[in-house]
Design a protein around this ligand. Structure first.
Ligand SMILES: Cc1cc2nc3c(=O)[nH]c(=O)nc-3n(C[C@H](O)[C@H](O)[C@H](O)COP(=O)(O)O)c2cc1C
Length: 197
């Protein structure tokens, strides 16, 4: 089983990366292969809203020759995509938002082209945030649930840790065990949904 994990934090060794450590370690123990992407290592520009991609069949078709397709192509080959991000202004970071907006080239819904380049994908979220979990996560989680519905993808759930004092909050037994448990829950859901996927 291949799992693609995209970390959208601008901080390579920040809180989100810290929570990913026990999560990824448990996934590896469970026998998965990981494809980890630190999004800041790639150039993914904001969507220009030109709709050119909607008239190009069977290809991503974006006028911008950056890394967006490279990243989406890796995500699309995975059995599960984990979007890991700090919550910024009640959503993800702008780096991850640019990538999410650039899903447009994947779905030919609005022009002469038809079809989807990634017709099936399972998606899960891992976030860190300053506010209490529900208040911090609700808008982003709702947005991703709706994006998944729009793309006909499966949304599998969210794990998050609150940042009050920085890294030590990510290193508590509760935060670590929560991340490990989330990895186990995702694998259980994957094994169930594999039959229907
Ligand atoms: C620009 C910016 C915006 C933020 N907006 C929010 C927010 O809307 N809600 C929240 O709960 N935390 C917010 N935070 C706090 C971060 O989500 C939190 O510190 C997170 O753990 C940082 O993760 P990182 O170290 O991986 O970058 C914000 C932080 C920054 C720098």
């Amino acid at each position: 089983m291949n799992i693609c994990i995209i970390n959208g934090s601008p901080r390579r060794n920040g809180n989100t990366a810290e929570v990913l450590k026990p999560f990824c370690a448990r996934l590896l123990e469970l026998g998965t292969e990981l494809d980890e992407i630190f999004l800041m290592d790639y150039t993914v520009s904001p969507c220009l809203g030109c709709y050119t991609c909607q008239n190009i069949q069977d290809k991503y078709g974006c006028v911008q020759q950056d890394d967006a397709w490279k990243v989406w192509n890796r995500a699309g080959r995975a059995d599960l995509l984990v979007l890991a991000t700090p919550i910024y202004s009640w959503y993800c970071t702008s780096h991850m938002k640019a990538l999410l907006d650039r899903h447009y080239g994947l779905n030919k819904y609005y022009g002469t082209a038809e079809g989807q380049l990634i017709p099936k994908l399972r998606v899960a979220l891992l976030t860190t945030h300053g506010y209490k979990a529900d208040y911090a996560n609700d808008p982003f989680e709702t947005g991703i649930q709706r994006l998944c519905r729009h793309c006909h993808w499966d949304y599998l759930g969210l794990y998050s840790v609150r940042d009050i004092d920085g890294l030590p909050d990510m290193q508590t037994p509760e935060a670590i065990e929560g991340a490990e448990k989330f990895a186990e829950e995702l694998m259980e859901k994957m094994n169930v949904s594999r039959e229907t996927f």
